[in-house]
Design a binder for this molecule. Structure first.
Ligand code: MV4
Length: 434
Protein backbone atom coordinates (compact mmCIF):
# COMPACT_ATOMS: atom_id res chain seq x y z
CA UNK A 1 0.00 0.00 0.00
CA UNK A 2 1.10 3.53 0.28
CA UNK A 3 2.63 1.32 2.93
CA UNK A 4 2.43 4.31 5.23
CA UNK A 5 -1.34 4.07 5.82
CA UNK A 6 -0.81 0.89 7.80
CA UNK A 7 2.26 2.23 9.62
CA UNK A 8 0.29 5.27 10.75
CA UNK A 9 -2.64 3.24 12.00
CA UNK A 10 -0.41 0.64 13.67
CA UNK A 11 1.46 3.37 15.55
CA UNK A 12 -1.80 4.82 16.84
CA UNK A 13 -2.75 1.33 18.03
CA UNK A 14 0.57 0.86 19.83
CA UNK A 15 1.75 -1.79 17.36
CA UNK A 16 5.44 -1.87 16.37
CA UNK A 17 6.08 -1.72 12.63
CA UNK A 18 8.66 -3.00 10.16
CA UNK A 19 8.89 -1.51 6.66
CA UNK A 20 10.22 -3.53 3.74
CA UNK A 21 11.87 -1.72 0.86
CA UNK A 22 13.83 -2.28 -2.35
CA UNK A 23 17.14 -0.52 -2.98
CA UNK A 24 15.19 1.98 -5.15
CA UNK A 25 13.05 2.94 -2.12
CA UNK A 26 15.70 3.39 0.57
CA UNK A 27 14.81 7.10 0.81
CA UNK A 28 11.05 6.58 1.08
CA UNK A 29 9.20 7.96 4.07
CA UNK A 30 7.75 4.59 5.07
CA UNK A 31 11.32 3.46 5.74
CA UNK A 32 11.92 6.47 7.96
CA UNK A 33 8.67 6.26 9.90
CA UNK A 34 8.61 2.53 10.66
CA UNK A 35 10.28 1.28 13.86
CA UNK A 36 12.51 -0.99 11.76
CA UNK A 37 13.18 -1.44 8.04
CA UNK A 38 14.47 -4.38 6.05
CA UNK A 39 15.80 -4.24 2.49
CA UNK A 40 14.26 -7.06 0.45
CA UNK A 41 16.09 -6.74 -2.86
CA UNK A 42 16.90 -4.74 -5.98
CA UNK A 43 14.51 -2.25 -7.70
CA UNK A 44 12.69 -4.73 -9.95
CA UNK A 45 9.53 -5.69 -8.04
CA UNK A 46 9.79 -9.28 -9.25
CA UNK A 47 13.04 -9.52 -7.28
CA UNK A 48 11.83 -7.61 -4.20
CA UNK A 49 8.21 -6.71 -3.39
CA UNK A 50 6.86 -9.75 -5.27
CA UNK A 51 9.47 -12.24 -4.02
CA UNK A 52 7.68 -14.18 -1.29
CA UNK A 53 10.75 -15.79 0.38
CA UNK A 54 12.35 -12.36 0.83
CA UNK A 55 9.26 -10.97 2.54
CA UNK A 56 8.88 -14.00 4.78
CA UNK A 57 12.58 -13.82 5.71
CA UNK A 58 12.15 -10.14 6.62
CA UNK A 59 9.18 -11.06 8.84
CA UNK A 60 11.12 -13.90 10.51
CA UNK A 61 14.27 -11.94 11.33
CA UNK A 62 12.20 -9.13 12.85
CA UNK A 63 9.91 -11.52 14.73
CA UNK A 64 6.80 -10.03 13.09
CA UNK A 65 3.39 -11.39 14.10
CA UNK A 66 1.48 -10.08 11.08
CA UNK A 67 1.92 -8.69 7.57
CA UNK A 68 -0.19 -5.90 6.14
CA UNK A 69 0.17 -6.30 2.35
CA UNK A 70 -1.21 -2.90 1.27
CA UNK A 71 -3.04 -2.74 -2.05
CA UNK A 72 -0.59 -3.67 -4.80
CA UNK A 73 2.00 -6.39 -5.14
CA UNK A 74 1.08 -9.48 -3.04
CA UNK A 75 -2.16 -8.17 -1.51
CA UNK A 76 -4.32 -10.57 -3.55
CA UNK A 77 -1.82 -13.39 -3.96
CA UNK A 78 -3.22 -16.71 -2.71
CA UNK A 79 0.23 -18.33 -2.48
CA UNK A 80 1.51 -15.50 -0.32
CA UNK A 81 -1.53 -15.67 1.98
CA UNK A 82 -0.92 -19.43 2.30
CA UNK A 83 2.82 -19.15 2.93
CA UNK A 84 2.16 -16.56 5.66
CA UNK A 85 -0.26 -18.94 7.38
CA UNK A 86 2.19 -21.85 7.08
CA UNK A 87 4.86 -19.75 8.75
CA UNK A 88 2.64 -18.64 11.61
CA UNK A 89 2.39 -15.06 10.34
CA UNK A 90 -1.06 -13.45 10.30
CA UNK A 91 -1.80 -12.17 6.77
CA UNK A 92 -4.02 -9.09 7.13
CA UNK A 93 -6.07 -9.91 4.09
CA UNK A 94 -8.15 -12.71 2.63
CA UNK A 95 -7.56 -16.46 3.02
CA UNK A 96 -5.93 -18.29 0.09
CA UNK A 97 -9.24 -20.05 -0.63
CA UNK A 98 -11.11 -16.73 -0.77
CA UNK A 99 -8.50 -15.13 -3.06
CA UNK A 100 -8.61 -18.13 -5.44
CA UNK A 101 -12.38 -18.36 -5.39
CA UNK A 102 -12.97 -14.65 -6.13
CA UNK A 103 -9.98 -14.49 -8.53
CA UNK A 104 -11.75 -16.98 -10.81
CA UNK A 105 -14.34 -14.57 -12.22
CA UNK A 106 -16.76 -17.13 -13.68
CA UNK A 107 -16.72 -19.00 -10.36
CA UNK A 108 -17.21 -15.78 -8.40
CA UNK A 109 -20.16 -14.89 -10.62
CA UNK A 110 -21.82 -18.31 -10.25
CA UNK A 111 -21.31 -18.15 -6.47
CA UNK A 112 -22.98 -14.74 -6.31
CA UNK A 113 -25.81 -15.74 -8.62
CA UNK A 114 -26.55 -18.75 -6.40
CA UNK A 115 -26.55 -16.43 -3.38
CA UNK A 116 -29.20 -14.23 -4.99
CA UNK A 117 -26.94 -11.33 -5.95
CA UNK A 118 -27.94 -9.77 -9.32
CA UNK A 119 -25.53 -10.71 -12.14
CA UNK A 120 -25.41 -9.88 -15.85
CA UNK A 121 -27.34 -12.41 -17.99
CA UNK A 122 -24.90 -14.74 -19.75
CA UNK A 123 -23.33 -18.19 -19.82
CA UNK A 124 -23.72 -20.58 -16.92
CA UNK A 125 -20.10 -20.63 -15.77
CA UNK A 126 -17.41 -21.09 -18.41
CA UNK A 127 -18.12 -21.72 -22.09
CA UNK A 128 -17.36 -25.19 -23.45
CA UNK A 129 -16.71 -24.32 -27.09
CA UNK A 130 -17.21 -21.76 -29.84
CA UNK A 131 -20.50 -23.50 -30.64
CA UNK A 132 -21.56 -23.05 -27.01
CA UNK A 133 -20.55 -19.37 -27.21
CA UNK A 134 -22.66 -18.95 -30.36
CA UNK A 135 -25.66 -20.54 -28.69
CA UNK A 136 -25.45 -18.36 -25.54
CA UNK A 137 -24.93 -15.18 -27.62
CA UNK A 138 -28.00 -16.00 -29.72
CA UNK A 139 -30.04 -16.38 -26.55
CA UNK A 140 -28.90 -13.23 -24.72
CA UNK A 141 -28.55 -11.25 -27.99
CA UNK A 142 -25.65 -9.10 -29.20
CA UNK A 143 -23.74 -7.05 -28.22
CA UNK A 144 -22.02 -9.41 -25.79
CA UNK A 145 -18.81 -9.45 -23.72
CA UNK A 146 -16.38 -12.34 -23.81
CA UNK A 147 -14.42 -12.44 -20.58
CA UNK A 148 -11.50 -14.56 -19.42
CA UNK A 149 -12.31 -16.22 -16.12
CA UNK A 150 -8.74 -15.52 -14.96
CA UNK A 151 -8.98 -11.89 -16.11
CA UNK A 152 -10.26 -8.87 -14.27
CA UNK A 153 -9.52 -5.19 -14.12
CA UNK A 154 -10.17 -5.01 -17.85
CA UNK A 155 -7.61 -7.57 -18.99
CA UNK A 156 -8.71 -10.45 -21.23
CA UNK A 157 -12.09 -9.24 -22.39
CA UNK A 158 -13.69 -8.24 -25.67
CA UNK A 159 -17.01 -6.82 -26.80
CA UNK A 160 -18.64 -8.51 -29.78
CA UNK A 161 -21.48 -6.90 -31.75
CA UNK A 162 -22.52 -9.67 -34.17
CA UNK A 163 -22.19 -13.39 -34.84
CA UNK A 164 -19.84 -12.81 -37.81
CA UNK A 165 -17.23 -11.37 -35.40
CA UNK A 166 -17.59 -14.02 -32.71
CA UNK A 167 -15.11 -16.63 -33.97
CA UNK A 168 -12.24 -14.19 -34.33
CA UNK A 169 -12.96 -12.61 -30.92
CA UNK A 170 -13.22 -16.06 -29.35
CA UNK A 171 -9.84 -17.09 -30.73
CA UNK A 172 -8.00 -13.85 -30.01
CA UNK A 173 -9.35 -13.41 -26.47
CA UNK A 174 -8.46 -17.01 -25.63
CA UNK A 175 -4.97 -16.57 -27.03
CA UNK A 176 -4.48 -13.39 -25.00
CA UNK A 177 -5.79 -15.02 -21.84
CA UNK A 178 -3.56 -18.08 -22.31
CA UNK A 179 -0.51 -15.84 -22.69
CA UNK A 180 -1.39 -13.45 -19.85
CA UNK A 181 -2.85 -15.82 -17.25
CA UNK A 182 -1.98 -19.35 -18.42
CA UNK A 183 -5.73 -20.04 -18.42
CA UNK A 184 -7.92 -19.55 -21.51
CA UNK A 185 -11.31 -20.44 -20.01
CA UNK A 186 -13.96 -17.89 -21.05
CA UNK A 187 -17.44 -16.87 -20.00
CA UNK A 188 -19.97 -14.60 -21.65
CA UNK A 189 -22.25 -11.74 -20.61
CA UNK A 190 -24.70 -9.39 -22.24
CA UNK A 191 -22.87 -6.10 -22.92
CA UNK A 192 -24.06 -3.33 -20.61
CA UNK A 193 -23.98 -0.01 -22.50
CA UNK A 194 -22.46 3.03 -20.79
CA UNK A 195 -22.43 1.61 -17.27
CA UNK A 196 -21.32 3.34 -14.11
CA UNK A 197 -18.77 1.61 -11.91
CA UNK A 198 -20.12 1.76 -8.38
CA UNK A 199 -18.59 -0.38 -5.65
CA UNK A 200 -19.72 -1.14 -2.12
CA UNK A 201 -17.22 -1.31 0.74
CA UNK A 202 -17.94 -4.24 3.04
CA UNK A 203 -16.49 -5.67 6.25
CA UNK A 204 -16.98 -9.21 7.52
CA UNK A 205 -16.03 -11.07 10.69
CA UNK A 206 -14.89 -14.62 11.56
CA UNK A 207 -18.51 -15.72 12.13
CA UNK A 208 -19.44 -14.73 8.57
CA UNK A 209 -21.46 -11.67 9.60
CA UNK A 210 -20.98 -8.61 7.36
CA UNK A 211 -21.96 -4.95 7.11
CA UNK A 212 -21.55 -2.36 4.37
CA UNK A 213 -19.93 1.08 4.45
CA UNK A 214 -21.74 2.61 1.47
CA UNK A 215 -20.54 3.10 -2.09
CA UNK A 216 -17.78 4.70 -4.12
CA UNK A 217 -18.32 5.91 -7.68
CA UNK A 218 -15.22 5.01 -9.72
CA UNK A 219 -16.57 5.75 -13.19
CA UNK A 220 -13.84 8.28 -14.03
CA UNK A 221 -11.18 5.89 -15.28
CA UNK A 222 -8.88 5.62 -18.26
CA UNK A 223 -7.71 2.27 -19.63
CA UNK A 224 -8.98 0.68 -16.41
CA UNK A 225 -6.89 3.01 -14.26
CA UNK A 226 -9.05 4.96 -11.86
CA UNK A 227 -8.38 8.70 -11.84
CA UNK A 228 -11.09 10.08 -9.54
CA UNK A 229 -13.33 8.42 -6.97
CA UNK A 230 -16.13 9.92 -4.93
CA UNK A 231 -18.71 9.06 -2.33
CA UNK A 232 -21.66 9.30 -2.26
CA UNK A 233 -22.13 8.61 -5.96
CA UNK A 234 -24.00 11.47 -7.62
CA UNK A 235 -26.13 8.73 -9.23
CA UNK A 236 -27.07 7.16 -5.89
CA UNK A 237 -30.51 7.27 -4.28
CA UNK A 238 -31.38 6.06 -0.79
CA UNK A 239 -33.38 3.23 -2.27
CA UNK A 240 -30.56 2.13 -4.59
CA UNK A 241 -28.03 2.25 -1.73
CA UNK A 242 -30.30 0.07 0.39
CA UNK A 243 -30.61 -2.46 -2.43
CA UNK A 244 -26.93 -2.45 -3.44
CA UNK A 245 -25.83 -2.49 0.21
CA UNK A 246 -28.06 -5.48 0.92
CA UNK A 247 -26.74 -7.27 -2.20
CA UNK A 248 -23.12 -6.61 -1.14
CA UNK A 249 -23.78 -7.98 2.36
CA UNK A 250 -25.43 -11.03 0.79
CA UNK A 251 -22.32 -11.48 -1.37
CA UNK A 252 -19.97 -11.19 1.62
CA UNK A 253 -22.00 -13.48 3.86
CA UNK A 254 -22.44 -16.09 1.10
CA UNK A 255 -18.66 -16.67 1.09
CA UNK A 256 -18.16 -15.89 4.81
CA UNK A 257 -15.88 -13.02 3.86
CA UNK A 258 -13.50 -12.07 6.67
CA UNK A 259 -11.86 -8.65 6.70
CA UNK A 260 -12.56 -5.60 4.57
CA UNK A 261 -13.37 -6.01 0.89
CA UNK A 262 -15.19 -4.45 -2.02
CA UNK A 263 -18.06 -5.69 -4.13
CA UNK A 264 -17.92 -4.05 -7.57
CA UNK A 265 -21.09 -3.48 -9.56
CA UNK A 266 -21.96 -2.21 -13.00
CA UNK A 267 -24.99 0.09 -12.83
CA UNK A 268 -26.98 0.85 -15.98
CA UNK A 269 -28.92 4.01 -16.80
CA UNK A 270 -32.12 2.54 -15.35
CA UNK A 271 -30.33 1.85 -12.04
CA UNK A 272 -30.23 -1.89 -12.59
CA UNK A 273 -27.05 -3.17 -10.93
CA UNK A 274 -25.02 -6.27 -11.59
CA UNK A 275 -22.21 -7.98 -9.65
CA UNK A 276 -18.92 -7.56 -11.51
CA UNK A 277 -16.02 -8.60 -9.26
CA UNK A 278 -15.08 -8.85 -5.62
CA UNK A 279 -11.81 -7.30 -4.42
CA UNK A 280 -10.26 -9.13 -1.50
CA UNK A 281 -7.96 -6.28 -0.45
CA UNK A 282 -8.16 -2.74 0.86
CA UNK A 283 -8.20 -0.43 -2.15
CA UNK A 284 -6.42 2.79 -3.08
CA UNK A 285 -9.74 4.65 -2.80
CA UNK A 286 -10.62 3.43 0.73
CA UNK A 287 -9.69 6.95 1.92
CA UNK A 288 -12.92 8.59 0.75
CA UNK A 289 -15.01 6.02 2.61
CA UNK A 290 -12.95 6.68 5.75
CA UNK A 291 -13.75 10.37 5.45
CA UNK A 292 -17.51 10.11 4.94
CA UNK A 293 -18.19 7.38 7.52
CA UNK A 294 -15.49 8.72 9.84
CA UNK A 295 -13.70 5.43 10.46
CA UNK A 296 -10.14 4.19 9.85
CA UNK A 297 -10.46 1.15 7.58
CA UNK A 298 -6.92 -0.08 8.23
CA UNK A 299 -7.80 -0.10 11.94
CA UNK A 300 -10.91 -2.10 11.06
CA UNK A 301 -8.72 -4.59 9.14
CA UNK A 302 -6.43 -5.05 12.12
CA UNK A 303 -9.35 -5.39 14.55
CA UNK A 304 -11.14 -7.93 12.35
CA UNK A 305 -7.91 -9.90 12.00
CA UNK A 306 -7.71 -9.93 15.81
CA UNK A 307 -11.22 -11.39 16.06
CA UNK A 308 -13.55 -8.39 16.34
CA UNK A 309 -17.25 -9.01 15.70
CA UNK A 310 -19.33 -6.96 13.24
CA UNK A 311 -22.37 -5.39 14.90
CA UNK A 312 -24.51 -5.48 11.77
CA UNK A 313 -25.06 -1.73 11.67
CA UNK A 314 -24.24 -0.24 8.26
CA UNK A 315 -22.27 2.97 7.79
CA UNK A 316 -23.97 5.72 5.80
CA UNK A 317 -22.23 8.81 4.42
CA UNK A 318 -22.51 11.96 6.50
CA UNK A 319 -20.26 14.02 4.18
CA UNK A 320 -19.13 14.14 0.55
CA UNK A 321 -15.56 13.12 -0.34
CA UNK A 322 -13.63 13.17 -3.62
CA UNK A 323 -10.21 11.70 -4.33
CA UNK A 324 -7.96 12.79 -7.19
CA UNK A 325 -5.09 10.45 -7.93
CA UNK A 326 -1.97 12.52 -8.48
CA UNK A 327 0.26 10.50 -10.79
CA UNK A 328 3.66 11.27 -12.30
CA UNK A 329 2.13 11.25 -15.80
CA UNK A 330 1.77 13.88 -18.49
CA UNK A 331 -1.94 14.41 -19.24
CA UNK A 332 -0.99 16.41 -22.35
CA UNK A 333 0.91 13.39 -23.71
CA UNK A 334 -1.65 10.65 -23.27
CA UNK A 335 -0.74 10.21 -19.61
CA UNK A 336 2.80 9.07 -20.45
CA UNK A 337 4.81 8.16 -17.29
CA UNK A 338 7.08 10.94 -16.05
CA UNK A 339 9.51 9.56 -13.45
CA UNK A 340 12.31 11.71 -12.03
CA UNK A 341 13.28 13.95 -9.13
CA UNK A 342 10.68 16.22 -7.52
CA UNK A 343 12.67 19.46 -7.40
CA UNK A 344 10.05 21.57 -5.64
CA UNK A 345 7.02 20.49 -3.61
CA UNK A 346 4.15 22.18 -1.80
CA UNK A 347 1.07 20.26 -0.77
CA UNK A 348 -2.31 21.83 -0.03
CA UNK A 349 -3.81 21.96 3.44
CA UNK A 350 -6.60 23.52 5.40
CA UNK A 351 -10.04 22.38 6.44
CA UNK A 352 -11.38 19.27 4.73
CA UNK A 353 -8.18 18.38 2.89
CA UNK A 354 -6.20 15.17 3.16
CA UNK A 355 -3.05 14.28 1.24
CA UNK A 356 -1.75 10.70 1.45
CA UNK A 357 1.71 10.52 -0.07
CA UNK A 358 5.19 9.15 0.37
CA UNK A 359 6.96 11.99 -1.49
CA UNK A 360 8.71 15.23 -0.52
CA UNK A 361 10.97 17.84 -2.19
CA UNK A 362 14.08 16.09 -3.50
CA UNK A 363 12.37 12.70 -3.69
CA UNK A 364 13.15 10.66 -6.79
CA UNK A 365 10.16 8.86 -8.31
CA UNK A 366 11.67 5.62 -9.54
CA UNK A 367 10.65 4.32 -12.98
CA UNK A 368 10.11 0.78 -11.66
CA UNK A 369 6.73 0.97 -9.97
CA UNK A 370 3.37 2.56 -10.70
CA UNK A 371 3.40 6.29 -11.06
CA UNK A 372 1.22 7.36 -8.13
CA UNK A 373 2.66 10.40 -6.34
CA UNK A 374 -0.17 10.72 -3.90
CA UNK A 375 -3.87 10.95 -3.26
CA UNK A 376 -5.57 14.30 -2.77
CA UNK A 377 -8.87 14.01 -0.92
CA UNK A 378 -11.39 16.74 -0.08
CA UNK A 379 -14.29 16.39 2.32
CA UNK A 380 -17.24 18.76 2.64
CA UNK A 381 -20.93 18.88 3.46
CA UNK A 382 -21.98 18.80 -0.20
CA UNK A 383 -20.62 17.63 -3.53
CA UNK A 384 -20.50 21.19 -4.81
CA UNK A 385 -18.36 22.30 -1.86
CA UNK A 386 -16.08 19.26 -2.17
CA UNK A 387 -15.48 20.16 -5.85
CA UNK A 388 -14.78 23.83 -5.01
CA UNK A 389 -12.40 22.74 -2.28
CA UNK A 390 -10.68 20.39 -4.74
CA UNK A 391 -10.24 23.26 -7.22
CA UNK A 392 -8.62 25.36 -4.51
CA UNK A 393 -6.43 22.45 -3.30
CA UNK A 394 -5.25 21.60 -6.83
CA UNK A 395 -4.29 25.24 -7.40
CA UNK A 396 -2.17 25.10 -4.22
CA UNK A 397 -0.50 21.80 -5.09
CA UNK A 398 2.98 22.49 -6.51
CA UNK A 399 5.00 19.62 -7.92
CA UNK A 400 8.02 20.55 -10.04
CA UNK A 401 10.59 18.37 -11.79
CA UNK A 402 8.08 15.81 -13.06
CA UNK A 403 4.81 16.11 -14.97
CA UNK A 404 1.70 15.32 -12.98
CA UNK A 405 -2.00 14.73 -13.48
CA UNK A 406 -2.84 17.97 -11.59
CA UNK A 407 -3.76 19.90 -14.82
CA UNK A 408 -6.13 17.08 -15.78
CA UNK A 409 -7.90 17.25 -12.43
CA UNK A 410 -8.07 21.06 -12.63
CA UNK A 411 -9.87 20.81 -15.95
CA UNK A 412 -12.12 17.96 -14.79
CA UNK A 413 -13.24 19.86 -11.68
CA UNK A 414 -14.49 22.63 -13.99
CA UNK A 415 -16.09 20.27 -16.54
CA UNK A 416 -19.83 20.80 -17.00
CA UNK A 417 -20.82 17.12 -17.20
CA UNK A 418 -18.67 16.22 -14.21
CA UNK A 419 -20.20 19.05 -12.19
CA UNK A 420 -23.68 17.84 -13.13
CA UNK A 421 -22.75 14.32 -11.99
CA UNK A 422 -23.46 13.25 -15.53
CA UNK A 423 -20.76 10.67 -16.38
CA UNK A 424 -20.25 6.95 -17.01
CA UNK A 425 -17.23 4.70 -17.56
CA UNK A 426 -17.14 6.08 -21.14
CA UNK A 427 -16.44 9.63 -19.91
CA UNK A 428 -12.66 9.57 -20.47
CA UNK A 429 -13.01 8.25 -24.02
CA UNK A 430 -14.17 11.68 -25.18
CA UNK A 431 -12.33 13.90 -22.67
CA UNK A 432 -9.66 16.13 -24.19
CA UNK A 433 -7.12 18.39 -22.54
CA UNK A 434 -7.51 22.05 -23.50
C1 MV4 B 1 -18.49 -5.16 -18.60
C2 MV4 B 1 -18.84 -3.99 -19.31
C3 MV4 B 1 -20.05 -4.02 -19.99
N1 MV4 B 1 -20.83 -5.12 -19.95
N2 MV4 B 1 -19.30 -6.24 -18.61
C4 MV4 B 1 -14.13 -3.69 -17.24
C5 MV4 B 1 -13.31 -4.15 -16.10
C6 MV4 B 1 -13.85 -5.46 -15.71
N3 MV4 B 1 -13.85 -5.57 -14.30
C7 MV4 B 1 -15.24 -5.48 -16.25
N4 MV4 B 1 -15.34 -4.40 -17.18
C8 MV4 B 1 -16.48 -4.20 -17.89
N5 MV4 B 1 -17.35 -5.25 -17.91
C9 MV4 B 1 -20.44 -6.19 -19.28
N6 MV4 B 1 -21.25 -7.28 -19.28
C10 MV4 B 1 -17.97 -2.91 -19.29
C11 MV4 B 1 -16.78 -3.00 -18.58
C12 MV4 B 1 -15.95 -1.84 -18.62
C13 MV4 B 1 -15.71 -1.07 -17.47
C14 MV4 B 1 -16.22 -1.41 -16.23
C15 MV4 B 1 -15.97 -0.66 -15.12
C16 MV4 B 1 -15.20 0.48 -15.22
C17 MV4 B 1 -14.66 0.84 -16.43
C18 MV4 B 1 -14.91 0.09 -17.57
C19 MV4 B 1 -14.37 0.48 -18.79
C20 MV4 B 1 -14.60 -0.30 -19.89
C21 MV4 B 1 -15.38 -1.44 -19.82
Amino acid sequence: MCIRDSIRTAKEMGIKTVAVYSTADADSLHVRFADEAVCIGPPSSSESYLRIPNIIAAAEITNSDAIHPGYGFLSENATFSKVCAENGIKFIGASPEMIDSMGDKANAKTTMENAGVPTVPGSEGVLESLADAKKVAKKIKYPIMLKATAGGGGKGMQMVTCEEDLQEAWESTRREAAAAFGNDAMYMEKFIEEPRHIEIQIAGDKRGKACHLSERDCSIQRRHQKLVEETPSPFMTEKLRDRMGAAAIKAAEAVKYEGVGTVEFLVDKNRNFYFMEMNTRIQVEHTITEEVVNYDLVKEQIKLAAGKNISGVNYLPTMHAIQCRINAEDPYKNFAPSPGVITSYNQPGGHGIRVDTHVYAGYMIPPYYDSMIGKLITVAQTREEAILKMQRALDEYIIEGVKSTIPFHQQLMRDKSFNEGNFTTKFMETFEME
